[in-house]
Design a protein. Sequence first.
Length: 188
Amino acid sequence: MSTLKERQHDRTLLEKMIANEMQVDPELAHELLKDYILQQQIKRNQERLKARKLSNQKIQEFNKKMEQKAMQENIERIIEYSDEEYKEELLLNYPKYFNVREVSLYKGITPQQVRRNCINGKYQAEQVAGENSSWRILTDQFKEENDFFDFIQQRAEKFKKVSRASQMAVELWTESQNGIQIEHKNNE
């Protein structure tokens, strides 16, 4: 799975290609791509519904129901809030501290510069266990910055990947240990 930055980069490249090849302004290229992506998502969802063996009659019945004004108003609210809820959830659950490496990545500066900023008081930070130990840098001081949410989102995606990899490693280790035990019993 690609990161948010990679997806944004891919999308920007596509928008530029559309703008150049179709000779339209970048805003229209953005809207065209957005509409096309939505169409593709709809096709995938329809394929999933068909795989569930839902009859065309049931699908049409559902679509008519959803076209009612009250339903449309509710759907608009759900769409509007789902993006905001995701952002709020991430922002509510961000860590209290960053380490030097994380601030280095976030700010685009070297770890040495981060440490200097901690020492000079530019960042609100504390050393964990004395003068030569690692720094804990308070995250609250960054939360009002424009790219804070993007960084938190990328950080969450990384943790998911690491968590999945760790889980797979444990499963593989467990399987290999079970295999060794079975092989050992067979040799006895």
